[in-house]
Design a binder for this molecule. Structure first.
Ligand code: CO
Length: 303
C-alpha cells in the first residue's frame, strides 16, 4: 500500500545557539507527530554573520543528534574529549544519553555558504541515561546505490543489501539522501507502522500518486502556488505520510533531492526543555539542577 501525504509544511526561520539563523522543519510544537524524531533543523546561509556565532558549550541529555553537512565545515568538541571537524558529505552522530556537554562551531567557508541538517532522535526511557558517545562518518564511507534514475546515499539503514555506516542509533532509523533525475520515479519500501517523512533539499517532486486531490494540509505555504505547480513540492518542505508499505516520488521537468527518514515510534511521554528531553518534568528539573551544580556529566569516557 502506497503511503499518502497527510501534511506538507514549510520550514520556519528561527534563531538558535549564540545567534545562528536557521530553518526549522519541525520541533517542540510538532510533538508527538514525528515520534521517534523530535526536531529537524536546516541550516543554510551564505552570510557568515548568520552562522559564525555557532553553538558554544551547551548540555544535552536523553537524545541522539545526527548532523549531516552538505557544504562548509563545523568544528566539534565535547566532554568525552572528542575534537573534530566535519565537512561536505560528512555525518556526525552523537548520543547524549546521561549527559554530554559539547559545542558545534561552523567555520567560514571560501564561498561563504554553510549548509546542513541536524536531526534529533529521541531515546526511549530504557536508554535515556546510557553512556554518551560520539562518532564521525566521512563522506567516502557513505555508500551510494544507483537504481535507474535514482541515486541514494545510504547514511543509515539498508538499500538493496547496502548498509549505511551509522548503525547503533537506538531507535534504528533509516536516513537516506535520495536524488531522482527529471521525468522519473523512485519507489522505496518502508516499514508499516513506522513514522516516515521526506524533507525536500533541492528541485521538486510529487510525493504520492495524486496530482489533483488536495486532502492533506498545506501549512506555511502559498496554497495557490502549490496548486498551480501540479502537486510538485519544492525545497525546505517537510512531507509527512500516513501509514503504508512504500513511498513513491515522481519528477517532472526538474530533478528532486530529498531526505527520506523513518523510524519506529517510541510512544512515551515527552518532557522537553531546550537541549534536554526526558519523560517527566521531575527528570527535567533534576537535569537542570545537576547542570547548575556541576554534576551533570556522569561519564567522561574511558581514561
Ligand atoms: Co548541541
Amino acid at each position: 500500500m502506497l503511503r499518502r501525504i497527510t501534511r506538507v509544511s514549510k520550514s520556519q526561520p528561527t534563531i538558535e545557539g549564540a545567534g545562528v539563523h536557521l530553518k526549522r522543519a519541525f520541533g517542540f510544537r510538532e510533538v508527538p507527530q514525528l515520534d521517534p524524531f523530535l526536531l529537524l533543523d536546516d541550516f543554510k546561509s551564505d552570510n557568515p554573520a548568520e552562522y559564525l556565532p555557532g553553538f558554544p558549550w551547551h548540555p544535552h541529555r536523553g537524545i541522539e543528534t545526527i548532523t549531516y553537512v552538505l557544504h562548509g565545515e563545523i568544528e566539534h568538541g565535547d566532554s568525552l574529549g572528542n575534537r573534530g571537524t566535519i565537512g561536505p558529505g560528512d555525518v556526525q552522530w552523537m548520543t547524549a544519553g546521561s549527559g554530554i556537554i559539547h559545542q558545534e562551531m561552523p567555520k567560514q567557508s571560501a564561498d561563504g555558504l554553510l549548509w546542513g541538517f541536524q536531526l534529533w532522535a529521541n531515546l526511549p526511557a530504557s536508554h535515556k541515561m546510557m553512556d554518551p558517545r560520539y562518532r564521525e562518518v566521512h563522506s567516502e564511507q557513505i555508500p551510494v546505490v544507483r537504481r535507474n534514475s535514482a541515486t541514494i546515499r545510504v547514511i543509515c539503514g539498508e538499500v538493496d543489501g547496502v548498509k549505511g555506516p551509522v548503525r547503533d542509533i537506538v531507535i534504528d532509523p533509516e536516513y537516506l539522501d535520495i536524488t531522482i533525475a527529471a521525468h522519473a520515479e523512485y519507489r522505496r519500501a518502508v516499514k508499516r507502522g513506522h513514522t516516515v517523512f521526506a524533507y525536500v533539499v533541492d528541485g521538486a517532486g510529487c510525493f504520492d500518486d495524486r496530482r489533483d486531490a488536495y486532502s492533506f494540509e498545506v501549512l506555511g505555504m502559498n496554497y495557490f502556488d502549490f496548486e498551480q505547480r501540479n502537486c510538485l513540492i519544492g525545497p525546505q518542505s517537510l512531507v509527512q505520510f500516513g501509514d503504508g508499505d512504500e513511498v513513491l516520488v515522481t519528477t517532472e521537468e526538474a530533478p528532486v533531492r530529498y531526505l527520506l527518514i523513518s523510524g519506529k515510534p517510541i510512544r512515551e511521554p515527552v518532557a522537553w526543555y531546550g537541549p534536554i528531553v526526558m519523560n517527566t518534568p521531575e527528570e527535567l528539573r533534576q537535569a537542570f539542577e545537576e547542570y547548575r551544580a556541576g554534576t551533570f556529566v556522569k561519564y567522561k569516557g574511558r581514561r
